[in-house]
Ligand binder design. Structure first.
Ligand code: DC
Length: 252
């Protein structure tokens, strides 16, 4: 995928209805870049749900919660206030008022986040937050793109559009190496192994695993540029918004 990031122009037309879009898939498939670019281009809000799990993990590591003990994680799951900004051009995340956007990308957080996000009390709490942010957007007449692992399958099963992104393990490792702080020295093979380990943990956990919803549109991004993936998803969102607008007109 190319490094260019498509920007929204100030006069980008908003879609004709407040669509809710779920974009799921494992890391390194282009989920974040695609979700942000689509949201910016169509004047939709954007929610990075991985950042919420990462912020909670960072707060736990910073507050001496033993993240190797699920019962300690469960006890602490409701403690910090996790606040997500929804501007796709300036995504923000804080834990108990502290800016978490830098620290959540460290290797330490990346290594611990799968264990934290597997705890049912964590999932219940973060899922509630995600649903309320999506509901607020819809209530205010603005659509939203929500990216994660279980958004289409569990968090927002009634989303207007569900997209599931995939890519080959080699392409995913190459993209990830360039993204995470401190990952350069680890080398490509180590990154690929770390991704495979996290995939296994995220896909096999009992509570709401990484899963493609039956009605999701699957896009293999291995051979596509970011711009091509964005174009494809923008078209799908426009179609979903038109369907939703049509349904609204029919019941009026
Ligand atoms: O997308 P990411 O790499 O920032 O996600 C970090 C972790 O959070 C990932 O390993 C699994 C977890 N996660 C999840 O369990 N459910 C989501 N909807 C999003 C992320």
């Amino acid at each position: 995928m190319s490094a260019n990031s498509p920007e929204a122009t100030p006069d980008s037309p908003a879609v004709p209805a407040p669509v809710v879009v779920a974009i799921d898939g494992p890391s390194g498939t282009g989920k974040s870049s695609t979700s942000k670019a689509v949201a910016a281009r169509l004047a939709l809000r954007y929610l990075d749900t991985g950042a919420q799990y990462r912020a909670l993990t960072w707060w736990m590591l910073s507050n001496d919660v033993d993240v190797s003990a699920p019962e300690r994680i469960a006890e602490a799951a409701g403690r910090p206030a996790i606040v997500s900004g929804t501007d796709p051009k300036a995504p923000a995340i804080s834990a108990d008022g502290a800016d978490a956007s830098g620290p959540i990308r460290t290797q330490e957080v990346t290594a611990a986040v799968s264990a934290v996000s597997a705890v049912p009390q964590v999932r219940t709490r973060i899922t509630e937050l995600q649903r309320s942010i999506a509901a607020e957007a819809a209530a205010e007449g603005v659509g939203i793109v929500v990216e994660g692992r279980d958004i289409g399958s569990a968090v927002l099963p009634d989303a207007d559009l569900k997209v599931f992104l995939t890519a080959s393990p080699e392409a995913r490792a190459a993209r990830r190496s360039g993204e995470l702080s401190g990952a350069n020295a680890a080398g490509l093979a180590a990154t690929q192994e770390a991704l495979a380990r996290r995939d296994r943990a995220d896909s096999t956990r009992k509570a709401s695993p990484l899963k493609r919803a039956d009605d999701a549109v699957e896009i293999d991004t291995t051979e596509l540029t970011l711009e091509q993936v964005v174009e494809c998803v923008v078209t799908l969102v426009e179609q979903a918004a038109a369907r939703r607008a049509g349904q609204g007109a029919a019941v009026r």
